[in-house]
Write a protein that binds this ligand. Structure first.
Ligand code: SF4
Length: 555
């Protein structure tokens, strides 16, 4: 079938199957595996928006398919997709290699169609990309592409806002002028995912991320922009204002959020994650009343950027039979947390934990990070200690730790002015980031070090913190022996790979072990550490026919 738009998600490194790239724990706290196979939610909003207006849109998760099927022929597959426009996401810079390589292949195979990029990183580096990658015809700028893509389809690039495009030898920039502040027109029609799957006739290329079959989760975007200014974040207030022209937040109303949730709940019982702190725009009260009337079977997960009041927690507790919460203190040390841009103390965090316990939330997840300002190597131990401490307040607390990796985001305050914050950027061009992604070990992908830690220290601190935290989780009965052993194997291999790389030994000797731990066992580690509530896709789908189909395909 000929499509109007084919949206393609690339792996972080295009030819990762031929290379040896060991990214170990860097994707630990997101559903993606090490090639960042999770499609952006924007694909689903774009597809829903355009299909409602009569256009045919396909989404193709090449990253997921390539992870699942080692023999998958990427070129052969792309050759068969026929579309007028091929859109490739370059939102996080971690896709700098994969997105541009896939764009090159698409242009080679479909020279008469238009190849376009979109996302925050593509926006930040638009000038360099348009000058150096002649196979990219246009870049959609800013954080929203629904209306611009519609205008592009209807009237061509001349009349589409937010677009930089190639006009013969000239590069023309229409500027960012469409910045929606109300997101209610951009809710995801989740039945699109089923239509897309039936059209593609391939589950592995249609799912939002590789481990979606084992552990599906749906997301609802509730906000664009952020009132906070965490210093390394490319989605912070300063970054949005300076590079993406967003001065006001874009908000989805409680009614629109509830409609989106209803759409998900009709199709499946999978957990639903609300992206963005719902206190922004004071939406908790209304949303709580709308959701609590739905009697949802789905587990709900809410995130907070700072500890919420007891009243807000009471309201959220009513939204489902099982509610999970997340917050990222980043460090147990208040000085480090403040320096990073999260202005709250341990007292208020622990108050939240007590409330969570009393109100019987299913779980509260705390996220910690290594590579922060004012954080020396020996802080790795504090994560373990603090986790033990908060577990004595409530056994509903879980915790996760990861390195700040691989990149400090372009557009963030640290990226623009590293020394002000005690950081040193080791490289900053698009090309250097692209190259860094192909390093054998993730240490050499890191684009920074700090006044308190070298790159080597950041690796060490992250591995030690991860190892100790897993030990604590085993002791607390949060993970089983098998999961703990798998995580340990991963750390061992991480250290071994680094030793091989640092001493110039032949890394090929480790290829088999890396392949085993990176894909097959990575899914298992994720399952056993249970990042979020998990039941398989086959168990979550309501429609018996699709459920049967999914079970057969999953095996
Ligand atoms: S990391 Fe900080 S600045 Fe970035 S989106 Fe989260 S709260 Fe906002």
């Amino acid at each position: 079938m000929k499509l109007d738009v084919a949206l393609i998600h690339a792996p972080s490194v295009y030819d990762f199957r031929e290379r040896i790239v060991y990214a170990s724990i860097i994707s630990e706290v997101v559903p993606s595996l090490y090639v960042f196979d999770m499609m952006p939610y924007g694909f689903l909003t774009l597809a829903s928006y355009l299909e409602k207006r009569g256009y045919k849109v396909g989404t193709f998760n090449l990253a997921s398919k390539m992870l699942r099927d080692q023999k998958f022929d990427v070129r052969g597959f792309i050759r068969k997709i026929e579309a007028d426009i091929y859109g490739i996401d370059l939102h996080w810079l971690v896709h700098a290699h994969g997105a541009t390589e896939i764009a090159k292949i698409v242009k080679e195979l479909h020279p008469d169609s238009r190849v376009v990029l979109g996302g925050l990183s593509a926006t930040y580096f638009w000038h360099y990309i348009m000058r150096n990658y002649e196979y990219i015809d246009a870049i959609f700028l800013g954080d929203s592409a629904e209306l611009p893509l519609l205008k592009f389809l209807e009237r061509g690039p001349e009349e589409a806002p937010n677009v930089v495009w190639r006009d013969g030898d000239r590069i023309r920039n229409n500027g960012i002028s469409w910045i929606p502040e109300v997101l209610d027109d951009f809710i995801v029609d989740h039945s699109y995912m089923i239509r897309n799957f039936l059209r593609n006739r391939d589950l592995e290329v249609s799912i939002p991320f590789c481990s979606f079959m084992e552990a599906p989760i749906a997301g609802v975007v509730t906000v664009k922009g952020c009132p906070f200014d965490c210093i390394t974040c490319g989605g912070s207030r300063t970054a949005y204002k300076s590079f993406f022209s967003r001065r006001e937040l874009g908000l989805k109303s409680p009614e629109a959020i509830a409609r989106e949730v209803e759409g998900i709940a009709k199709l499946s019982t999978m957990p639903i994650f609300f992206i963005g702190d719902l206190r922004i725009g004071s939406r908790i009260e209304k949303l709580s009343s709308l959701l609590s009337r739905m009697n949802l079977e789905n587990e709900l997960i809410f995130e907070f950027f700072s500890p919420p009041s007891r009243r807000d927690l009471e309201l959220l507790r009513k939204t489902s039979h099982s509610v999970y919460l997340q917050i990222s203190p980043e460090s147990p040390v208040e000085e480090v947390r403040w320096a990073f841009g999260r202005p709250y103390d341990n007292y208020s965090l622990e108050e939240m934990i007590r409330n969570v316990d009393e109100l019987e939330f299913t779980r509260l997840d705390l996220y910690f990070m290594m590579g922060l300002p004012k954080q020396p190597l020996d802080h790795y131990y504090l994560v373990y200690e603090y986790f033990k401490r908060v577990r004595s307040i409530s056994d509903r607390v879980d915790a996760f730790v990861s390195p700040l990796a691989p990149f400090i985001d372009p557009g963030s305050r640290v990226f623009e002015s590293p020394s002000t914050f005690g950081y040193k950027l080791l490289f900053n061009s698009f090309e250097e980031h692209r190259r860094a992604l192909t390093a054998y070990h993730w240490k050499y992908s890191l684009n920074y070090e700090t006044d308190w830690m070298t790159r080597h220290d950041i690796v060490e601190a992250s591995l030690k913190a991860y190892e100790l935290l897993n030990k604590a989780k085993l002791e607390e009965g949060l993970i089983q022996e098998e999961g703990y052993e798998l995580a340990k194997r991963r750390i061992l291999l991480d250290r071994k790979v680094l030793k091989f790389v640092d001493s110039g030994m032949d890394i090929n000797k480790l290829r088999e072990a890396i392949e085993e731990l990176s894909i097959k066992l990575d899914i298992k580690v994720k399952e056993s550490l249970s990042l979020y509530p998990t039941k398989s896709l086959a168990q979550s789908i309501r429609n018996p026919l699709i459920r049967r189909l999914a079970s057969t395909l999953i095996g």
